[in-house]
Design a binder for this molecule. Structure first.
Ligand code: DGY
Length: 377
């Protein structure tokens, strides 16, 4: 008998929807209840296993909102389908925890929550960039330990980033927002590695350069590089914003770390397994002026042996999207993915997702990642 606590809201609702974690805000509850859903919300902070989720799905379940910490694979989607499952939404923009092929084979639309994490996540990447460059973690520990004996010319010397070169791996929405923050705020040049050119970013930086020149300041550059290797060699700071799939697993390994400048910064707010974390620990031990700022980890919540003892690494527990506005917005988008699909609404096809955060939301489903495969429009 499971002891995991679940809270029921609107017990007489027509559609049974399970939500595997409490979500912030209350708007998302109003959205689902307004659509006639009975909600069952897990009120434990423990990460649920597949068996525990299957047991919560039970015999009848029409909708589900799950977490990036859960493995929604073929078995779970089969249980969900048998229970009458119509739609699943991840409470995340990333969906590497989902077996998308399995969901598609079972005709289950899989929602995600793009568009509301962009600036929030980019800001955290900037925060980690400067925390590593200016050694704020080490310096704070030193101060709190009572070791500060007064100002010294050599105390915690770090790296100046103004006018340096920042390399972006993955110049999609979040990577491009980070690039703009660094170029506009700190006049860094940008290099980016991405399978697709980001013309909007390049044009924006071009316009910004003309503005700088009109003020008598040197321009900033933005260039797409042909290889990760070129980006790693030339950048003073590298920030990772790519999705995780087979092609990006251990994209940054010992060989590629060795190409980076000895005092470079490596920032990761994407997914942990993009970096070979054991190789990173070895690299940081060997090159003490090299610094890493990590929000995500290869085997979350575990850290690679020794990572948390390295003074040249700043670590935070996967909180890059953790602002109130973003997490509320993610909850509303996940709720609307489920409620609008249950109501049979069509798919939203415009890039701007923010109308779904208003009370007079469009009558559409915000974001379904396997929409193309399922022929949804
Ligand atoms: C996501 O939504 O994929 C993020 O990793 C959550 O912070």
């Amino acid at each position: 008998m499971s002891t995991i606590p679940w809270e029921t809201i609107n017990p007489d609702g027509r559609w049974r929807v399970i939500v595997t974690k409490r979500l912030p805000g209350t708007e998302w509850i109003d959205i689902l209840v307004g659509a006639g859903c009975r909600l069952e919300i897990c009120s434990s902070d423990e990460i649920l296993s597949g068996e525990e989720i299957a047991s919560a799905i039970g015999d009848t379940c029409h909708g589900a909102i799950g977490q990036l910490t859960e493995n929604w694979g073929k078995d779970l989607f089969t249980v969900f389908k048998k229970a009458g499952g119509i739609v699943y939404s991840n409470y995340a923009v990333g969906f590497n925890n989902i077996d998308l092929d399995a969901a598609t084979r079972l005709s289950i639309p899989v929602g995600n929550t793009p568009g509301v994490l962009t600036e929030t996540t980019a800001e955290m990447a900037v925060a980690l960039t400067f925390a590593t460059a200016r050694r704020t973690g080490e310096a704070e520990r030193y101060l709190r330990d009572g070791r500060y004996g007064g100002w010294l010319p050599t105390l915690f010397l770090g790296e100046l980033l103004s006018r340096k070169t920042v390399g972006i791996i993955g110049a999609g929405r979040i990577g491009a927002a980070y690039g703009r923050m660094m170029a506009e705020g700190h006049k860094t040049d940008l290099l980016y590695f991405d399978p697709y050119p980001n013309q909007t970013l390049e044009d924006y930086i071009g316009d910004y350069s003309r503005f700088l020149e009109s003020k008598g300041e040197p321009p900033v550059k933005c260039r797409r590089v042909e290889s990760v290797e070129e980006l790693l060699r030339e950048s003073d700071c590298v920030s990772i914003h790519t999705t995780l799939d087979e092609s990006t697993h251990h994209l940054i390994d010992a060989r590629r770390l060795a190409l980076m400048k000895e005092n470079a910064l490596l920032i990761n707010t994407s997914r942990g397994p993009v970096i070979d974390e054991a190789a990173l620990v070895r690299h940081c031990r060997r090159y003490t002026k090299f610094r890493a700022g990590l929000d995500v980890f290869e085997k979350e919540p575990q850290l690679a042996d020794g990572l948390d003892h390295l003074e040249n690494v700043v670590i935070v527990p996967h909180i890059a999207s953790a602002t109130r506005w973003t997490r509320n917005g993610m909850a509303m988008l996940a709720a609307r993915n489920v409620s609008a699909t249950l109501k049979g609404y069509p798919l939203w096809t415009k890039p701007d997702i923010t109308p779904f955060l208003q009370s007079d939301s469009p009558q559409a489903v915000p974001s379904i990642v396997n929409a193309g495969e399922l022929g949804l429009s």
